[in-house]
Design a protein around this ligand. Structure first.
Ligand SMILES: [Zn+2]
Length: 472
């Protein structure tokens, strides 16, 4: 998702990634942070999350979450706020909002939700924590009390929101421990996020009754699981009072039959295929199909092919794919799976033809563009790959993956200066300015560029140096 340019500048102002380099909050009597300050803190936390092994770097899952998320944001009372939804590969049931509108969802929660409306209910609650400024006010309050630096607060938020157990090691200081609980949402915050959450859930066309249903399911699972409460319950405490309150809010609302989208089922099948050992995943989907226990047959078959592909059993995957192919023209995730399968099966010309066809059918599908551009490079067709990434970069100049692909194309075309220039932008996109500047210097040392290209690189280098120096 594109980061707003102003926000991006604000975020860059906190770089490089050093604790001391976070912005000064200035007037600490303020009750809340400015949107730019909030976004800067969130951006800093996000950079750490992106580097963690549990960050799920999957454009299809991300596209889906953002589709649902923005449907809710569009009807929320504070729709001007920036948002970015992302997934974590983590079996625990949790979701969390960071300052600045970054909302994370664990794969465990995606698999536990029994309907798309239940997933939307959780997202609506998280979106409301952001739009109601709960997090921004908490940070401002900590600052006012002189509790800790903004960097320490950012770390504590990261710990409390994402994975409290794993983060315990990261936060050694007793002060940080105390702060972590001080940063937990209050009962009033929870009630407020539920109230606004129900409103936007209702307005966006999902079934608002899914919210109390999901909370009850979580609470029941707490009683049956000895290992402790799902982490969602620790960060957003669910009490009988809270459930009763949400039930009251939804009581008079008419029941709606909201059918789940095929994307919802496909994303869950993909996560399941990823989560299990490939052989277990094949057995799981085989059983689902044989016993007809699936809630959606297409998704079960998609999961089977994805699992077979992971197990490198391309012969059987190609056979099973035939059943899905009639839907590949209307469902980009199936189209993409077919492309990956043809490629893995060594049918490269067919795969390239397929990608060319599929990118015309789904011109806005990011995952397809990444796969097609990479396949073109592997097929020694770097010039075509570059045309594709150039086209996408015009729409989204902050997409680091596109710059990486563009760099590979330049390498193949024998243009080392532009290769380093693209790599520099890939580093900028993840906020790593020192490595970006190193790449720009390498670019200047490879002397095959024309005057305009060289001055462009020099200007960019000065710009990054200026931004970094401001923080020293
Ligand atoms: Zn909450």
């Amino acid at each position: 998702m594109r980061i707003h340019p102003l926000i991006f500048l604000a975020a860059m102002a906190v770089l490089p990634a050093r604790a001391e380099s976070l912005p000064d909050l200035g007037d600490v009597s303020q009750a809340t942070l400015s949107p730019a300050q909030e976004r800067a803190v969130g951006y800093n936390i996000m950079r750490q999350i992106r580097q963690s092994s549990s960050y799920l770097d999957d454009p299809e899952v991300a596209t889906y979450l953002n589709q649902i998320g923005f449907r809710l944001v569009a009807v929320s009372p504070e729709a001007r706020q920036d948002f970015l939804f992302f997934a974590m590969q983590d079996t625990s049931v949790n979701a969390f909002a960071l300052p600045g509108g970054y909302v994370g969802v664990h794969s465990g929660l995606l698999l536990t939700a029994q309907s798309e409306s239940e997933l939307a209910a959780v997202l609506a609650h998280e979106v409301s924590h952001v739009t109601q400024k709960h997090i921004a006010r908490m940070i401002a309050a900590q600052q006012r009390q002189g509790m800790a630096s903004l960097a320490a607060i950012a770390l504590a938020i990261l710990a409390a929101r994402s994975n409290p157990q794993a983060a315990a090691g990261a936060i050694m200081a007793a002060q940080a421990q105390a702060m972590s609980s001080a940063l937990a949402f209050s009962r009033d915050n929870e009630r407020d996020a539920d109230r606004v959450g129900v409103q936007i859930l209702q307005k966006s066309g999902f079934d608002a009754h899914a919210m109390p249903v999901f909370l009850e399911r979580l609470q029941r699972s707490t009683r049956s699981i000895e290992t402790g409460a799902p982490s969602y319950l620790r960060t957003h405490p669910v009490t009988y009072e809270r459930i009763a309150d949400v039930q009251n809010r939804t009581y008079d609302l008419p029941y709606k039959q909201v059918p789940d989208s095929l994307d919802f089922h496909l994303v869950r099948a993909k996560l399941r295929a990823l989560q299990k050992d490939p052989r277990d995943a094949i057995a799981y989907f085989d059983d689902l199909i044989a016993e007809r226990k699936f809630s959606n047959e297409t998704a079960a078959r998609y999961g089977l092919v994805a699992s077979l592909l992971r197990a490198k059993n391309t012969d059987r995957a190609l056979r099973e794919m035939k059943v899905l192919l009639p839907q590949a023209g209307t469902q980009p995730m199936i189209a993409s799976l077919n492309g990956r399968l043809l490629w893995a099966a060594g049918k490269r010309p067919e795969a390239l033809d397929w990608y060319a066809h599929a990118s015309k059918l789904f011109p806005t599908q990011r995952a397809l563009a990444y796969e097609y551009a990479a396949a073109l490079i592997d097929a020694r067709r770097a010039d075509e790959s570059k045309l594709l990434t150039d086209h996408w970069l015009q729409k989204d100049p902050d997409d680091g993956k596109l710059y990486e692909l563009q760099a590979r194309a330049f390498a193949q075309l024998g243009q080392p200066m532009m290769e380093h220039r693209s790599l520099a932008e890939a580093y900028v996109s993840i906020g790593n300015f020192p490595l970006a500047m190193e790449q720009l210097q390498l670019a200047l040392r490879s002397s095959n560029g024309d005057f305009y290209e060289v001055s462009g690189i020099e200007a960019r280098l000065r710009e990054l140096r200026g931004l970094t120096a401001k923080q020293q």
